[in-house]
Design a protein around this ligand. Structure first.
Ligand code: B12
Ligand code: SF4
Length: 499
């Protein structure tokens, strides 16, 4: 039986975490196929590490996990070289990028299959069929080539997450010490990344989760996640948790049950949520969540503009006033709201796009005055292919299109696009992009993030002082002095470098 190599391309410069995506695939084949893992975050030359395994001649299958952006930049040239040198190897790509851009991936000519969405069943079914020479054409979530056509199979119902095997942490530890995956953050000295639910029940039209999960969500029970977390705590000393779920707080009941379980363990934790969902949580639930160690929660605030919120299809219930009221409400629970905003959505005229940006800059400043502890993350709107959504139709009408070649996706310009920092979107002028970025610099100067644990008090005070006049007088242009300080201290941006 041929072996399986699983590759996690480099995703972070420093704060790499347990590679949960590829670990889910490892768990699904564990005990059935022999597998090894290569983590691009832990190798100086991942291509050579992969090649060394493949030269043994024992491997028949190689799986890559991919987010767009820098992961893709490392993965694409490696995949091409591997396929040239080992053409008989079956190459399978999975994760958010190949799921949403499956045509580009399949047209590259060197990737044999894509798994669209969850691979927990599909990957094992595929390699078992290939191993036995039986048909694979009916496997759900599979994308394959038939002659010159690309066939995208139907989706599998989301799997009950408690039925999935526990991730093979002990085996991962044989390849790369788990200890080094448990990073020091503002939450704790050994922060564990845990993923407790898949998908999301909402349909925001700018979000890459929607085309894949189609408004569905399945979660592990509080008891299952607690058991997993305790295992890592007891064995490797994890003392804090980052929940990487798209939407951890969908169920108040589950959040409350988990909080009760984790409270005695004194672990700080963090997760992502929606403002309209959590606004409905009872005071006693929020109190318990905080008491159990939840210090900060990430919320997609997106914009204070109700018209755009509607265009973004935020479920219809989020409003600017609700965003502001919730920032105020969280003060009494001592939970830091981390609000992410998406600036630069399209509008019929240039003046309207600029007016939207100005509106949100003023709104962000209002939020900061209501609850100064609110952490603000600013993204520039980057389209995702949510075919049929009003927003995506508007985006296409404005002349935007995605690259058609895999190589173009990993070009520096598109890498920046993926990082949502410099979008190649026709409705945004360089002046608008500058305004967004310069405001962000001044804001980050005046309110340095608490998640940068290397910024000491003195540095914080200094950068705040330097940025204060600009912030108070709305003078955002050319903030070179703040940029210089950020550069000198390697100011970190959680949205790119890890939470
Ligand atoms: C952790 C994470 C990061 C971390 C990386 C971890 C680290 N520090 O080492 C950090 C913070 C660095 C990061 C950065 C970015 N991220 Co990120 N990230 C995530 C996050 C929160 C969790 C990923 C994860 O572990 N999932 C858990 C697993 C179990 O789920 P999964 O990946 O979906 O895997 C399943 C399937 O996709 C499939 N599958 C996955 N891989 C494979 C492989 C094979 C072979 C097969 C068969 C199947 C398969 O099967 C799995 C099990 O069912 C996801 C959101 C999410 N909840 O998934 C976003 C997410 C993947 N990131 C995203 C993005 C855009 C980025 C960035 C490019 C931009 C940004 N500003 O965020 C950057 C740049 C990344 C880079 N450097 O390359 C987007 C992708 C959207 C898109 N357009 O496709 C997501 C979905 C967030 C979002 N909602 O927008 N990210
Ligand atoms: S709530 Fe968050 S994860 Fe869910 S669809 Fe909206 S943006 Fe995406």
């Amino acid at each position: 039986m041929k072996k399986v190599l699983l590759f996690n391309p480099k995703s972070a410069e420093k704060k790499y975490r347990i590679p949960n995506s590829i670990m889910n695939i490892a768990a699904s084949v564990d005990g059935q196929f022999d597998w090894v893992i290569v983590d691009g975050n832990r190798e100086t030359d991942p291509y050579q590490a992969i090649r060394k395994y493949l030269l043994s001649g024992e491997f028949g299958y190689i799986g890559f996990t991919l987010m767009p952006g820098p992961q893709l930049k490392q993965a694409a040239p490696i995949a091409k070289k591997i396929k040239e040198e080992f053409p008989e190897l079956f190459m399978v790509w999975g994760g958010y990028f190949p799921s949403n851009q499956y045509k580009v991936v399949m047209n590259s000519g060197y990737i044999d299959f894509v798994i669209n969405g969850p691979g927990d069943h599909a990957f094992l079914q595929l390699i078992t069929a290939l191993e036995n020479g039986t048909p694979y054409e009916f496997i759900k979530n599979l994308v394959y080539r038939s002659g010159d056509q690309i066939i995208k199979n139907v989706k599998e119902e989301l799997i009950e997450q408690d039925t999935l095997p526990v991730l093979p942490y002990d085996k991962l530890n044989q390849f790369y010490s788990i200890d080094k995956y448990l990073g020091k953050t503002y939450l704790g000295n050994k922060t564990l990344a845990y993923h407790s639910s898949i998908g999301c029940p909402f349909t925001c039209s700018f979000c890459a989760v929607v085309p894949i999960y189609e408004a569905k969500w399945k979660a592990k029970s509080a008891a299952t996640m607690y058991k997993d977390i305790r295992y890592i705590k007891d064995k490797w000393g994890a003392d804090a948790i980052e929940f990487h779920d798209n939407n951890f707080f969908v169920s108040e009941k589950r959040a409350v049950e988990f909080s009760k379980m984790i409270r005695p363990d004194h672990m700080n934790w963090w997760g992502m949520a929606r403002i309209d969902t959590m606004s409905k949580f009872k005071d006693e639930s929020l109190e318990l969540i905080r008491e159990s160690g939840c210090k900060m929660i990430f919320f997609g605030a997106e914009t204070g503009n109700d018209k755009i919120l509607k265009q973004m299809d935020k479920g219809g219930t989020q409003s600017g006033e609700q965003i502001a009221a919730f920032a105020e409400r969280l003060k009494k629970f001592d939970i830091i709201p981390e609000y992410s905003f998406v600036l630069g959505t399209p509008a019929p005229t240039e003046e309207e796009v600029m007016a939207q940006i100005d509106f949100d800059i003023a709104f962000i400043k209002r939020i900061k005055s209501i609850n100064p502890k609110t952490e603000i993350i600013i993204y520039t709107y980057s389209p995702v292919p949510t075919e049929g959504s009003v927003l995506f139709e508007q985006v296409k009408a404005a002349g935007f299109s995605f690259p058609e070649k895999l190589e173009d996706w990993s070009s520096p310009a598109w890498e920046k696009f993926d990082l949502r920092k410099n979008p190649l979107t026709p409705w945004l002028t360089p002046e608008m992009i500058d305004k967004i970025r310069n405001f962000e610099t001044v804001l980050n100067g005046y309110y340095p993030t608490v998640s940068d644990i290397r910024l000491n008090d003195l540095k914080r005070r200094l950068v705040k002082l330097v940025s204060g006049i600009r912030y108070k007088t709305n003078l955002y242009q050319y903030p070179y002095e703040i940029k210089l300080l950020h550069k000198l201290w390697s100011y970190r941006q959680p949205e790119i470098q890890g939470f």
